[in-house]
Structures are given as structure tokens and as C-alpha cells.
Design a protein around this ligand. Structure first.
Ligand code: HEM
Length: 531
């Protein structure tokens, strides 16, 4: 006991350790007469303060440079609450100070922020079993208990592995090729709707968003978005529901700040945001689960997941298979993770192409005679198109931070990570580092991928994350983006409207997704009318 006390004392700041409890007679009368509730509050505050200060010594011996935590910013949490806050922190503390790693406290949890590729590789891949989750258990964050099994938030390694192994085959080449048929037919509809605009300008995210959402809903669930006019996309219920879920407001942070708050909400069946979206989505999935589907049904994800159905009891020991609740959660996360990310990447690709007429001409020459078959959607057949997509994923990475949560004490590259600590990778900084990318790191230059076809394998290019828990939808996203851009560029010439100053910049939102600083408006002019 004495050892423990002296060890704790050693870690408590000097001023606090020197504090002596005064004799009762020395306490001023005013204080002894204070109401009990004030004494309890004061006492609790002092103990909490001492506890927090103690927790803030956890990384003292880790050998990484540290940020000084403060009570006002909950350790160092301010950057989570402001747009671009995370990037500003990374720039200030890593780039400007010319270092690759720094430590700070998220409330009282240790965080190592790093762009050190050796450390990233060790944490994400070599020591995956010690870092197999992204965050501690937080339930569904208050969106609704049907969503507690989504692959991205699962913390139990066994359940994650079973689900990941079960759904991965749905992203095989054979399955993706099957799904391409549906995607192509939704592209037919999309291009007709764009033609109906007669060259009028449109927000480009409205086009790419409509495409990725429609193709996903049709391919995965058999829902076809019915829109007469593509401009109505942002008024559609599917779009509105998605936005409700992804712009939850500050209440979502309650699950992050209060341990087990999310679990509590789920067990009481309380939803703190996007209730309508939740009911629509889970109601639709549940109804589809109850319907027999023929073998030929092409609703790919749902029908292949249904073939893997197991009971809750079987799930306790099985290494493959999905319970009904898990199926619903997976369809939800595939929709959520797949729609916005791919639409965002395509939006920036069209923006950069439109900005550079020479690039657009070269791309048109490349794509105009390429058939839309699965075998053609690769860098051998479409080198420049694939290069543009890679360059977009580098400079406009749809997901801005990679997270890992440590589930057991482990020493990696000399850092003694403790259970409950975290690793965060600021993707924009990693993708813009001159050390990794050269002096033209900030320049949008697709040619770098053509000059070096192996570059996409570099451990400093991580748009889809890294290791066994990387993006399960990577190949699906590439298929959708390549096919979508191939069709759009074959069919239309893109131009900015005359009244539009093309000066949009990337801004990183608090959700870690990116948005443009201003709407990107584009006119789509059919080649058949130009030539
Ligand atoms: C350009 C498009 C996309 C980008 C940039 C992207 C990026 C990412 C990233 C960075 C992660 C975290 C990886 C990590 O922590 O190491 C992730 C996870 C995930 N993504 Fe994607 N993604 C994209 C498209 C998709 C699509 C189309 C789907 C599904 C249809 C999808 C489904 C998922 C899922 C389910 C996870 C969680 C995986 C797990 O925890 O095992 N993503 N994605």
C-alpha cells in the first residue's frame, strides 16, 4: 500500500503533493458553517480534479512529445468540435514543429497522434490484435439499437471477425461484376436525367450523390429512387434521412464523453437523433428479411446475407454467419459508409477535371472507346482515369482520420501503450507530407500515379485505412467511382457556368468527412450535341 501511495504521490504535481490537510481548529469558522451540499460539491470537485490531474500523468514516461492538457478543453478536445480543428491541430503540432508523433489526452484517455508510417504499420497491422477496435464500447451512439452491430463500431474481436468474414465475399470480383449490371442500369437513368437539364448548371454533389445512393439502394436492397428531376435529389427522403443520421448535432458527443451512455440509451430503447430515418431504414430491412427471395434476385448484399442467417444462440459459438439484427446493422453501415464517401470522391474528381480542360480532353480520348466491362475498370485499361481517382483520394480523402483503440497493454516501437489508449492518424497531413510525396505534394498532379504505377501500394497512401480492419468496401468504391466517371466522361463535356468562380477548397467537417467551401456548380453538355 505504502509503495502504491508513494508511486501515486510521485506522479501527482508538486503543488498538490505538498498540500497538507489542516487541523480542524485551523479551518475558518465560515467554512465549518457552510451547508453540507456545498462541502460535498467542493470535496467532489477537489477529488475529481486530483483524479484528472493524476490521469494526465499517464503518458509522462512514454517518450513522445506531449501537449499540455487543460480543464477548459477537456484535456485536448477542442479540435473535435470545430470544422478543420483536427487538421489545424495536426498542422500546428506535427507539421509546423517538424515532428511525426505527439501525445495528448482526449478527456483522460491517452491519444498518440502520428504520421509515422513505421508506427502506423505496427499498430494497424503487426499488432492488430492489441488494436482491433476503433473506440471503446459506445453502443449505437443513440441512433437506435438496431444499429449496435455495425461493422465499423464493433469492439468484440470475435463478433467483428465473424461478421467481417461473412460479408467480405460480397465484395469479391464475381459479386461486384454481378452488381455492375444494376449499377449500369442506374447510370442509364442518371444520364437521361442529366440530359433533361439541357445544359443548366447543377450542384455536382447532387449528381454524384444521386448516383452512388441510387446504385447502392438498387444493388443492395432493391429500392429504386424515383425522381423525375435530378435536382430533387436533395429533397428526397433517402437523402434527408441520410443527412439526419450524419449531422446528429452535439448530443452525439454524450456517448463519447460519458462512458456507457450509448449502451444505456440502447438498453432503454431511446433514440437521441434521426428517429424517422432510423424507423424507415430498419423497418424496410426487417420487411425485406421476412420475404422469400428467388435465387436470381440481384439485390446482392441483402440476398447474400440472408443465405448466412443464424440464430442468436448459434452466433455465440459460430465463426461464420449473421443474425437478423446483424444483417440490418450491416446493410445500414454499408449504405452509410458507401454513399457519402464515394460521392465525395467523385465530386472532387469532376471538379478537378472541369478545372483543367487539357486533362478533360486527355481523359475523353482515354475513355471514349472503352467498353463498360468489369475487366476494363483497372489502371492498365484506364491509366489516367485511375490516376485521377487516386490523386483525389490523396488530396481529398473522404475519411479524414484513422482511429485505433488499445485493448491490452503493449509496447510498440518503444511506446508503452496502455489498455484504453488511442492512436489517431491525420490523413490529410500524411497525404500532403513533402517527405513522403516530394516538393509538389500539395499539387493536384495525376501524372505521379502514371509515372509510378506502384505508388498506390505506398504505406503513406491510406485513403481506405490499413491492416485487417481497413475499408471492406474498397473494391466496391473503386468499381462504382471508375464506372461512374467512365460513363459521365464518355457522355458529357463538363464546364463551369459563366457566373461561377471555381474556387472551392476542401474543408474538413467535425464528422471527419470533407465538404467544399462553396457549392460546386457544373454544366453537363452531351458530347452527342457538341460533335
Ligand atoms: C471512396 C470511398 C471510400 C473511402 C475513402 C472509404 C474509407 C474508409 C476508411 C478510411 C475506413 C476505416 C479504415 C480503417 O480504420 O483502417 C473505412 C471503413 C469501412 N468502410 Fe469504407 N470507404 C469508402 C467506401 C466504402 C464503401 C463503398 C463501403 C461499402 C459499401 C464501405 C464500407 C466500410 C465499412 C463497413 C467499414 C468498416 C470496416 C471494419 O470496421 O471492419 N466503404 N472506409
Amino acid at each position: 500500500m505504502a509503495d502504491i501511495l508513494s508511486e501515486i504521490r510521485g506522479k501527482i504535481p508538486k503543488a498538490l503533493a505538498a498540500f497538507q490537510i489542516p487541523a480542524y481548529s485551523e479551518i475558518p469558522e465560515k467554512l465549518t458553517n457552510t451547508p453540507l451540499w456545498v462541502k460535498i460539491s467542493l470535496g467532489t470537485s477537489v477529488v475529481t480534479y486530483a483524479y484528472v490531474r493524476y490521469k494526465w500523468t499517464a503518458m509522462n514516461e512514454w517518450g513522445v512529445p506531449m501537449l499540455t492538457p487543460s480543464l477548459l478543453s477537456f484535456g485536448t478536445c477542442g479540435h473535435y468540435a470545430t470544422d478543420n480543428g483536427f487538421n489545424e491541430l495536426a498542422d500546428r503540432e506535427l507539421k509546423d514543429k517538424n515532428r511525426k508523433t505527439v501525445g495528448y489526452y482526449r478527456l483522460t484517455s491517452p491519444v498518440v497522434l502520428t504520421i509515422d508510417t513505421e508506427l502506423i504499420n505496427a499498430v494497424f497491422t503487426t499488432h492488430f490484435s492489441s488494436f482491433s477496435a476503433r473506440q471503446p464500447e459506445m453502443g449505437s451512439f443513440g441512433v437506435g439499437k438496431d444499429m449496435i452491430h455495425t461493422l465499423d463500431i464493433l469492439t468484440c474481436p470475435k463478433q467483428w471477425k465473424r461478421i467481417r468474414q461473412s460479408i467480405s465475399p460480397s465484395f469479391s470480383n464475381v459479386q461486384l461484376e454481378k452488381m455492375m449490371g444494376i449499377t449500369k442500369s442506374r447510370l442509364d437513368v442518371l444520364c437521361e436525367q442529366i440530359k433533361n437539364l439541357n445544359g443548366d448548371k447543377i450542384n455536382v454533389k447532387g449528381v454524384t450523390g444521386k448516383y452512388t445512393m441510387d446504385a447502392f439502394l438498387a444493388g443492395a436492397m432493391g429500392i429504386e429512387m424515383e425522381l423525375d428531376d435530378i435536382r430533387d435529389f436533395t429533397k428526397s427522403k433517402e437523402y434527408t434521412y441520410f443527412n439526419d443520421i450524419f449531422n446528429p448535432g452535439p448530443q452525439v458527443f454524450l456517448s463519447v464523453l460519458i462512458p456507457h451512455f450509448g449502451d444505456l440509451l440502447d438498453s432503454l430503447d431511446i433514440k437521441i437523433y434521426a428517429g424517422d430515418a432510423y424507423r424507415w431504414f430498419s423497418g424496410y430491412c426487417r420487411s425485406l428479411l421476412g420475404v422469400e427471395t428467388p435465387e436470381t434476385d440481384q439485390r446482392n448484399f441483402l440476398s447474400s446475407f440472408k443465405k448466412l442467417r443464424i440464430s442468436d444462440k448459434e452466433a455465440k459459438t459460430a465463426t461464420k454467419g449473421l443474425t437478423d439484427d446483424e444483417i440490418i446493422s450491416q446493410i445500414f453501415v454499408l449504405f452509410a459508409a458507401g454513399y457519402e464517401t464515394t460521392a465525395t470522391a467523385m465530386q472532387w474528381a469532376l471538379y478537378e477535371i472541369c478545372k483543367n480542360p487539357q486533362l478533360q480532353n486527355e481523359l475523353y480520348e482515354e475513355v471514349k472507346n472503352v467498353e463498360e466491362s468489369f475487366d476494363n475498370l483497372n489502371a492498365q485499361k484506364l491509366p489516367l482515369l485511375c490516376a485521377v481517382i487516386n490523386e483525389v483520394l490523396r488530396l481529398y480523402a473522404p475519411s479524414g482520420v484513422h482511429l485505433r483503440y488499445c485493448n491490452e497493454d503493449v509496447v510498440i516501437n518503444g511506446i508503452p501503450f496502455t489498455k484504453g489508449s488511442n492512436v489517431e492518424v491525420p490523413v490529410d497531413l500524411l497525404h500532403e507530407s513533402e517527405e513522403y510525396w516530394g516538393a509538389d505534394a500539395l499539387e493536384f498532379r495525376p501524372a505521379r500515379w502514371v509515372e509510378n504505377p506502384e505508388l498506390y501500394k505506398a504505406n503513406f497512401f491510406l485513403p481506405f485505412g490499413a491492416g485487417p480492419r481497413n475499408c471492406v468496401g474498397m473494391r466496391f468504391a473503386n468499381m462504382q467511382a471508375r464506372l461512374g466517371l467512365l460513363r459521365i466522361l464518355k457522355t458529357f463535356r463538363l464546364e463551369f457556368p459563366k457566373d461561377c468562380v471555381a474556387n472551392a477548397k476542401r474543408t474538413r467537417l467535425t464528422t471527419f468527412l470533407i465538404g467544399p467551401t462553396e457549392e460546386i456548380m457544373v454544366s453537363f453538355l452531351p458530347h452527342e450535341y457538341i460533335h
